[in-house]
Design a protein around this ligand. Structure first.
Ligand code: ARG
Length: 579
């Protein structure tokens, strides 16, 4: 097991040989779980009893008789049909916590098997506004990247921007018409939709423009150097804007991570030829298609994945197939994560299936659609601005920071302007990110300023505040955090024991989060931790306690702050020291 610190894992490891002996075979899970009635319970006697036809209470008794539990428990008791309730010895918990307190990794071991993971996320479209869906993929992708990197995986970020295709014919012609300076003005400021809409309007009105736009697409596809040069400038202008958004958001993406659709164009003929060579291609209405098994339309007829249109053009699916090949064969990836909205589920499942049929995706390599739901407005419809357009991401982020600044000014008037601006940024951006990350990604969520910026409830400001509060306890105590964390820890009060067990469960929480690529699980853990801390702080005086309890409690405070800060950092959220 990866989590050396967690008492549940430790007990499980200790009991495995005992269960193996009773069962007469290896690999019997003792099933150690958290419990409402005690610190933990061992449930494994019941399934084992069933398997070997024995009495579960007798098996439980044999487990107790082994004496193994006495090393770590102050109390053990057989309950009901054969559960074993455990109360951990205080000395056991504090010894574990003392190890974690001085560990930079807070008890989290690097992954036992290191994978090469490609994370496909963000992927806005050139000359189009980033919408709330792009916010989700960017924030979720960023959190997953941070967690996977922390676990020691070899992570490759790919920003698969929409930078190729037919609309570029009209956009390039429009850019030439209005002049690059005028275009740059609008695009760099983030008036992306405006530019696109103008081009589109012209296309609908003027035959002459249509002809030029069509010719331009052909030139682009033929890699005409002049056309490519203009196209590149158009892409660069949009990228400047995307980078501005990324910078405000504080995500890891840089220009080095760009891997747009254009990059995969030259690879599509090869992907197509390999599908052909594998005998997978069939015809449907003149198009070249693959029929992956298990996909049918409404009439229950097999559903084709179109890889070449009847006009001979490669498709969105072909570029994603070329992506799979590139990621698996050139990059050597064995885990492909696609952080893309739920509506693209069928497209992706079909692409994955075809890649498997072609033998490109073989275990241990796997592809996972990390799907997410929509961001909704108060009206429970897709979030839109008042004018009905999609909300401009950059304005949303600016508003978050402004609102946070007002909240901070009200809460802590003593902060100077600089500090307040800095903290407002951490809180505002943190609130937006956290409200996105803290709901199960597959669900829709309602974008609600008041809720996300509240200092109470499962919000970023609540967690940031818990962290800042601990920092302020230290400022008042006159004890350095590094000194506190090297101190002996004693646990006597129930709130101290609860807090320490929560802290020791951090590695498990991260493992659960990554196992399902669900950042909300880490959020829930951090929220529980902040609440446990609150209960502890309410019942157990810290700075006013007598030694050695005072130092021990300061040590608990320190590990809590470290864990909050660390967990928030894995979510891409900063933890200010005062707010
Ligand atoms: N650019 C697309 C959009 O904005 C998302 C692309 C997702 N990535 C992919 N490999 N298909 O909807």
């Amino acid at each position: 097991m990866a989590d050396v610190a967690n008492p549940l894992s430790i007990v499980s490891d200790m009991l495995s040989p005992v269960f193996a002996e009773i069962a007469g075979r290896l690999d019997v899970d003792p099933v150690v779980r958290p419990s409402d009635r005690a610190d933990a319970q061992v449930n494994g006697a019941l399934p084992l009893a069933k398997q070997i036809g024995a009495n579960p209470r007798e098996i439980a008794q044999r487990v107790l008789d082994s004496g193994v539990l006495a090393e770590v428990c102050s109390e053990v008791e057989i309950a009901g049909p054969g559960f074993i309730n455990l109360t951990f010895a205080d000395s056991f918990l504090s010894a574990q916590l003392e190890v974690v307190a001085v560990d930079d990794r807070l008890g989290i071991e690097p992954a036992a098997t290191i994978r090469t993971v490609v994370v496909d996320y963000s992927a806005p479209n050139v000359a189009k506004e980033m919408h709330a869906g792009h916010l989700r993929t960017t924030v979720i992708g960023d959190a997953l990247v941070r967690m996977l990197e922390f676990l020691g995986h070899n992570v490759i970020r790919e920003n698969h921007i929409g930078d190729w295709g037919r609309p570029f014919g009209m956009m390039i012609e429009h850019l030439l018409d209005i002049g690059e300076d005028v275009a740059a003005e609008g695009l760099r400021q983030g008036d992306l939709d405006g530019f696109y809409k103008q081009a589109n309007a012209k296309f609908n009105e003027s035959i002459e423009f249509q002809v030029r736009a069509r010719e331009r697409v052909v030139m682009l596809q033929g890699y005409d150097p002049d056309t490519i040069a203009i196209w590149q400038r158009l892409v660069d202008m949009s990228n400047d804007y995307f980078n501005m958004v990324y910078e405000k958001l504080g995500v890891l993406l840089t220009d080095d991570d760009l891997a747009g659709e254009s990059k995969y164009q030259p690879l599509m003929p090869k992907a197509y030829a390999r599908l052909d060579a594998a005998g997978l291609l069939g015809e449907s209405d003149g198009a070249q298609v693959v029929f992956p098994p298990g996909f049918t339309n409404r009439d229950n007829e097999p559903l084709p994945l179109i890889v070449r249109s009847s006009a001979g053009a490669f498709m969105y699916a072909t570029s994603d197939l070329a992506c799979v090949l590139d990621r698996v064969e050139r990059l050597g990836a064995d885990l492909l994560l696609y952080v893309i909205g739920a509506p693209q589920a069928q497209h992706l499942q079909m692409v994955f299936e075809v890649a498997k049929m072609a033998g490109w995706l073989k275990p241990p390599a796997e592809a996972v659609h990390v799907a997410f739901g929509s961001v909704l407005g108060d009206d429970r419809k897709i979030l839109r601005s008042r004018s009905g357009d999609s909300v401009k991401l950059i304005e949303l982020l600016d508003e978050a920071v402004e609102r946070a600044a007002r909240a901070v000014a009200a809460k802590n008037p003593e902060l100077d302007d600089d500090a307040r601006a800095q903290v407002a940024r951490m809180i505002g951006i943190g609130a937006v990110k956290y409200s996105d990350l803290s709901t199960d990604r597959i669900k829709d969520y309602v974008f609600d300023w008041d809720r996300m910026l509240a200092f109470e409830g499962n919000t970023a400001p609540y967690l940031q505040y818990a962290h800042a509060r601990i920092c302020s306890i230290f400022r008042r105590s006159g004890v350095a955090r590094a000194a506190a964390r090297r101190s002996p820890i004693g646990l006597a009060q129930p709130q101290e024991r609860a807090l320490s067990q929560r802290l020791l469960a951090y590695p498990t929480a991260l493992a659960d989060t990554i196992a399902t690529y669900s950042p909300h699980k880490l959020c829930t853990y951090l929220f529980d931790l902040a609440q446990d801390f609150s209960a502890f702080y309410e019942h157990c005086p810290v700075t006013k306690a007598d030694e050695p309890i005072r130092t021990s409690r300061l040590a608990l405070c320190d590990v809590t702050a470290c864990t909050l800060e660390h967990g928030l950092a894995l979510l891409g959220i900063a933890a200010p020291e005062q707010m």
